[in-house]
Design a protein around this ligand. Sequence first.
Ligand code: SRM
Ligand code: SF4
Length: 562
Amino acid sequence: MDTKVNQNEIIKANSRYLRGTLEESIADAATGALSADDAQISKFHGFYEQDDRDLRLQRQEQFLEPYYSFMLRARLPGGVCTPEQWLTIDSVCRELSNGSIRLTTRQTFQYHGILKKNLKPLIQRINQVMIDSIGGCGDVNRNVICNSNPECSSLHAEVYRWAKRISEHLLPETRAYHEIWLDGKQLAGDESEPLYGKTYLPRKFKTAVAIPPYNDVDVYTNDLGFVAIADDGRLQGFNVLAGGGMGTTHDDPSTYPRLADVLGFIKPEQTLAVAEAVITTQRDFGDRISRRHARLKYTIERMGPDAFIKEVEKRAEMRFEEPHPVSFISQGDRYGWAGNADGKSHLTLYIENGRVENRPDAEQLNGLYKIAQIHKGDFRITPNQNLIVASVPDGMKQEIEGIARHHGLLYEGGSPTRLASIACVAMPTCPQAMAEAERYFPDLLQKVDRLADYHGIRENAIVMRMTGCPNGCARPFVAEIGLVGKGPGRYNLLLGGDGSGLRLNRLYRKNLNEAELLNTLDGLFQQYAAKRNPDERFGDYVIRSGLVRPVIYPKEDYHGTD
Ligand code: SRM
Ligand code: SF4
């Protein structure tokens, strides 16, 4: 192997198709951790080694190793699960993790705080209800996300089936997961990975399917995107997008968020071949030296979009047609009841920052357990970290709504901005966090709401997103107001998303503490209240007024404030 490649490439190549020495690492009771190489390989199996950062110093002072535990992320295409699956998801969280379920920005759920000895029982338990965590993380295609609004009825069902098919089609073929965690049958030796090869992809890879006009999946921020094109409620095909991504590194201009390019239109039957061609192009052309530059967005920048399109066409043996015109109107969720033509209704619940747990004021876990016991439809996790109770017959609506209300699952009276906003996990589990996000954002939003009240703009939803670092897990670079952790209690403030996920925002102020941030927002809200056009969104106002310049070409023009 080329010695210039990064260490992860060597670990993958030597892993015997993702087996590594995971079994030995799990069996080693002398430490709560895995070996360093296995900690990389474990990601392909859906789990990450973490340590409780709140306890780090204390444990260090006591000469103890960090308090290691694991985060496991399931694969749940389109975020859909049955009530029976939810009951298992619930009981596993109570018995084998830290007692909370974390709904993610990619429509699945995570457990935190799993002890090493509990990983295998946990994977076996979720497997009993047909949920796996293969490719939850790692350098492969991740959980395929899909528009979560079931009121799009038959189109939604058809498009969701495509999301599921894409997810299955792009799964790695290795039996390592089954062998290590499930049935124990040893198969290594006869295996191959026809799609990925021995070293898999250079980096993580993300796919989304959108149904206009709702861009709840933020399709332009994905490596690969499919935008459903329908005629009279029937799926005609997809506009294919490629090369979106959020992750950046503070003050490193060689990294930047990027919105995907439109490659062109395809018919439904071309979907899998095109997905495969995009993946193999990234496999063969992606950067395997610097992981910081290994995502597809950088590959496309290097190749140029035209050459990239040609390569994909060659591999998929097809030609893209002219993309169809599409328009998106929002990137958030719509709360409360919505109906289908078929007489079924769907209740979108508000789960603040995706954390489902039993709090003294809201026993959400218990509430969802009760709903799952009587519900006959399904549940859909949304890419905004919420949960939809889908396909409820009229006769059950009152009971389900009553349980949801009693358990704090409906955010009645919440400001439109709060309901449109999300935050990533960050502290105490995320090793990358530079600042708080999920634990702090609700308090900050209360103060932002007060400012909005004062300026008379409370009814204007502003998409606000907070992350604890510039990796961008809550997609803050397409928010109207993005807050990106810089250090403890300090955030970069970015402005100018359009509320539909079609425009990148831009850095406006760096490294603000809370007082500075609120002071800055106070001034901005005052101007917006006085000078906005009728129905003008906050993000549009800051661009029109020249407060920030739109980002045209992020590669050359992203870092630094105006
Ligand atoms: Fe993420 C890494 C959490 C969606 C970009 N992300 C991480 C890790 C695993 C930290 C780590 O490297 O050890 C975080 C675990 C925290 C924890 O304790 O749970 C983490 N990412 C999350 C979740 C749970 C955030 C949330 O609050 O919902 C989301 C799980 C999604 C899922 O179910 O698969 C999550 N991450 C995203 C998104 C949004 C999306 O995909 O739509 C992004 C931006 C889009 C993108 O990928 O460009 C994102 N996460 C990253 C990156 C930066 C990647 C890059 O290109 O630079 C990292 C760091 C890395 O890969 O090295 C990262
Ligand atoms: Fe962790 Fe950063 Fe992702 Fe937040 S954005 S979960 S801090 S990696």
